[in-house]
Every structure is written in structure tokens, then in C-alpha cells.
Design a protein around this ligand. Structure first.
Ligand code: SF4
Ligand code: SF4
Length: 323
């Protein structure tokens, strides 16, 4: 795979500083039942990196000690980590909102038969990738059989009350198929609701529209096809300073499976660790007694993926999020 970091580090981006920490985004490992083309963490069935029980306990300790409101659990397929359910229960017992970045097909994997019921019982918010409402487009990006599996998963979640009961939030995520900016979030959400509703009887809360990041598998593919510079130019030309205030690294930190801290999931995948003073690699254990407010963010060319057009974050378009 082609490394895009040297190319990205050569591109200047406006300086950013961290604000108040309200979300811990935790990557519990890279094992996944899928291997999607655009996957920015290069996850797949053969990855073995996995968060240990000791680090999972540390996550709960930091949530409690620092009064953090939201735990956002990602992977791979985070539910495959053996400590996933314990971490969810621990966070919910503290009154923390928990989000699960769920790929939907995991709900019908062997050994996960009661997963949807567990998530509903713990009132976990589900954020699920659904790159299109058409089977062909989904399968080109995420693999054969993924569309039907995803529809099955959504129906199962709806049957439990997800997308209908205000306490059971189900949000979907869209990202473009190739090196283009995502369309406007509001109209696309309306199309998704109409077509998934009419065709499959599916309901959901919000559609988050995200830009593809020029890193990992997708970035490498751009380099191989000679499309990297063009895509970066597209992102830079669409940059809006107004989006700088809403980028997720201001209020979120990303934790890797070993417990090391990054400004966001993308920096984690680029191995650009959050640095604090002379400490070039901060560990979650360093945050039990110290905050990160005003710490500089490690920025590079990929950050234009967050500030182009309507903006992009793990909660969708920044413009919509602010409205
Ligand atoms: S389901 Fe998600 S984590 Fe798994 S390979 Fe696809 S994009 Fe990556
Ligand atoms: S990629 Fe986005 S979230 Fe990450 S550091 Fe850059 S601007 Fe912040």
C-alpha cells in the first residue's frame, strides 16, 4: 500500500487548538467481518490488533475522572472485541452516552445473535455505514452480499424500536464512491428516507454525509491511479475557514487499541500521535489527571477533508450540525 503521509505533510493547513473535551472515540481493534475498499483503517478478518481488558478499564476510568459525556466506539467491527460489552455497560452505568459504529452485517454474524438486543437494552446509539440505497453501489464499495445483510440488520434494529423510539437512535453514514465531494446532506437524507422507506419499510433518524479521506486504502488507490493531487486540489479549493470551528478534533480525542491518544481517527490511521509539550506520544493513562484544552492539533493536508464544502465530521456535515 502507498503511504500518503509524506505527501500530506507537505501541504500546509491553518493552525488549530483543542477546546473542551466531550467525546472519547475509542478504536478497539482492526478486526472486521468486512474489508471495504474505502476503509480508512484497513480493517479486515485477518487483522489481529485488539484492545486488552486493561486498556478497556482505563477508558472507563478516564470517562469517570474527566466527566466525559460521550463514548464513541469504533474499529474494525468493534463488537468483535471481547471487552466491547463490558465497556458499554461500564460507560452506561456512568450515564455516558455510547455510540457504536456498527457495520450492520455484524448483527447476523455467528455468535452475535443477541447483539442487537444488547445494544437496544443499553440504549446505545447506532451509527451505521450505508454508502447508497442501491445494492450495486453498496456492494462495489463494501463487498458482495453486504447490501442484503445491511437491510436485514436495519430491519432487525427497526423491529427493536431503533429509528422509532426517541431513546433508540439509528443514524446512517454516506460517503461518495470516488474522489468527489459529498452532495448536500439534507436532500440526500430525504432521498434515503423515501427510498429505504418505500422499498424496504426502513426508518432511521439522520444521515451523516462524510468526505473520503486521502489516507490508507483510499489514499493509496488515489496515488496508484494518479488522482491524489487532483483530489487534494478539489478539497483545498472547497475549503471554508468557517468550518475550522466545528472540526471534531476540537472536542474529541481518538484512542488506539493500545491506549495511545490522537487528535482524531484519521491522525490515528496516519500514526500522527497527539503531542503535549515534550511528550511526543500521550497515553490515556496520562489523561487521568490532566486535560488537553488549548493543546495544538497535528494538522496536515488531509484536514481539508474536514473543511471542504459543507464540512465533514463523525457527526456528518458541519454546516448541518451547526443548524
Ligand atoms: S465495515 Fe467499516 S471497519 Fe469494516 S472494513 Fe468496512 S469500513 Fe472498514
Ligand atoms: S483530519 Fe479533521 S479532525 Fe483530524 S486533525 Fe485534521 S481537521 Fe482535525
Amino acid at each position: 500500500m502507498r503511504d500518503t503521509l509524506p505527501l500530506l505533510e507537505a501541504i500546509p493547513f491553518p493552525a488549530l487548538r483543542r477546546g473542551r473535551l466531550d467525546t472519547l472515540q475509542v478504536n478497539v481493534g482492526y478486526r472486521c467481518n468486512q474489508s471495504c475498499v474505502h476503509c480508512h483503517v484497513n480493517a479486515g478478518p485477518n487483522r489481529t490488533e485488539e484492545m486488552t481488558g486493561a486498556v478497556a478499564d482505563l477508558v472507563i476510568d478516564v470517562l469517570a475522572r474527566r466527566g466525559i459525556a460521550t463514548l464513541d466506539i469504533t474499529g474494525g467491527a468493534p463488537e468483535l472485541n471481547p471487552h466491547f460489552r463490558r465497556m458499554v455497560r461500564g460507560a452506561r452505568a456512568l450515564g455516558v452516552k455510547v455510540m457504536d459504529r456498527c457495520n450492520l452485517t455484524i448483527l447476523s454474524e455467528p455468535g452475535q445473535d443477541d447483539l442487537a438486543e444488547f445494544l437496544a437494552a443499553e440504549r446505545v446509539e447506532i451509527v451505521a455505514s450505508m454508502p447508497c440505497y442501491l445494492a450495486d453501489n453498496v456492494e462495489r464499495q463494501r463487498g458482495k452480499g453486504v447490501f442484503d445483510g445491511s437491510i436485514r440488520g436495519l430491519k432487525h434494529l427497526n423491529a427493536l424500536g431503533y429509528g422509532r423510539d426517541p431513546a433508540l437512535v439509528l443514524n446512517l453514514v454516506y460517503n461518495p464512491q470516488g474522489p468527489s465531494l459529498p452532495p448536500a446532506q439534507g436532500p440526500l437524507e430525504a432521498d434515503y428516507k423515501r427510498i429505504l422507506g418505500e422499498t424496504h419499510g426502513i426508518v432511521f433518524n439522520r444521515l451523516f454525509v462524510l468526505a473520503n479521506m486521502p489516507i490508507q486504502r483510499f489514499g493509496s488507490m488515489l496515488v496508484s491511479k494518479g488522482e491524489f493531487d487532483g483530489y487534494l486540489r478539489l478539497l483545498q479549493d472547497a475549503h471554508l475557514d468557517a468550518n475550522l470551528d466545528g472540526v471534531m478534533c476540537r472536542n474529541l480525542i481518538s484512542i488506539d487499541w493500545r491506549g495511545y491518544v490522537y487528535d482524531c481517527d484519521f491522525n490515528q490511521m496516519l500514526d500522527l500521535p497527539l503531542a503535549r509539550g515534550a511528550n511526543e506520544r500521550v497515553h490515556l493513562s496520562d489523561l487521568l489527571d490532566a486535560g488537553l484544552a488549548d493543546n495544538p492539533v497535528r494538522v496536515a493536508g488531509h484536514c481539508y477533508g474536514c473543511t471542504a464544502g459543507q464540512g465533514s465530521s463523525c457527526g456528518g456535515a458541519l454546516k448541518e450540525a451547526a443548524e
